[in-house]
Design a protein around this ligand. Structure first.
Ligand code: F6R
Length: 248
């Protein structure tokens, strides 16, 4: 892995959006789908903003884009304001020309009986496209990527997971209290993410400095699932000065 450090997340996000746009256009010229793995949360918002701007002002088309989101709370109604389904439509999908049948987000309403098969099917669908061309990631304070909390296996696939207490604390304000934060989620696995041909992890702000240090400089361990990215040969950590402030 290598890191690039920017003074502002704004400037960094524009460059990441440009890389994604170039990939979309390259795939378009080849008449191939561009398969993107996408994240929610605060980290990627400016990247999506810039992609929307490029669509509106520069004619960037998403007609050949296929997306797979990393995760969704479980259980979660897609119409709920807190759903990742809602987030993605609000920040990206409503504003670009992606065909709705090309959008894949784990379904937080699938029944408990169907959940396991649903996760296997999600994984198989990614594989059917030849895997992810590009995976965008944020990182949680537990070291999670997607919702792969500490203890996640290096080869894990899409599955349901119990959220860490710290993750639920961090989500509490947007749910108006921790009691309203779901206890579970559906997430792509570490194995799913590691199969991506290209990975970019975004880290902004001082609250991420400690976990960024552990992830980049610590030893690879299931206790900090993001450390598994050290073993991926095409991963870049895109950081601002605050998030990189504890790196040696
Ligand atoms: C979201 C996701 C999570 C977040 C992480 C950081 O789809 O997979 O791993 O990326 O929790 O969240 P923010 O960006 O809000 O700090």
């Amino acid at each position: 892995i290598h890191n690039v450090i920017f003074e502002s997340s704004q400037e960094a996000s524009i460059l990441v959006a440009r890389e994604i746009a170039n990939l979309i256009q390259r795939k378009n010229e080849l008449n191939e789908p561009c398969v993107l793995g996408l994240a929610t949360g605060s980290s990627p918002i400016k990247v999506y903003e810039e992609l929307v701007r490029m669509h509106k002002e520069e004619g960037l088309s998403f007609a050949n884009v296929v997306t797979f989101n990393l995760d969704e709370y479980y259980p979660m109604d897609k119409n709920d304001m807190q759903s990742y389904y809602h987030f993605m439509h609000e920040h990206l999908f409503h504003h670009v020309d992606i065909p709705s049948e090309n959008i894949n987000i784990p379904d937080g309403q699938v029944s408990a009986e169907e959940l396991q098969q649903y996760c296997i099917d999600y994984e198989m669908k990614i594989i059917s496209y030849g895997g992810l061309d590009f995976q965008l990631l944020g990182i949680g304070r537990t070291g999670h990527i997607g919702f792969n909390e500490p203890g996640s296996h290096v080869n894990s696939g899409t599955r349901s997971i119990t959220l860490d207490h710290i993750t639920r604390v961090d989500a509490a304000s947007s749910f108006l209290g921790i009691d309203n934060v779901p206890r579970k989620a559906i997430t792509m696995g570490i194995g799913t993410v590691r199969n991506a041909k290209r990975i970019v992890l975004l880290g902004w702000g001082i609250s991420k400095a400690g976990i960024i240090k552990k992830t980049i400089e610590g030893k690879v361990s299931s206790q900090v699932p993001a450390t598994y990215l050290q073993e991926h040969d095409n991963t870049t950590f895109v950081l601002d000065t605050e998030a990189s402030s504890e790196l040696t």
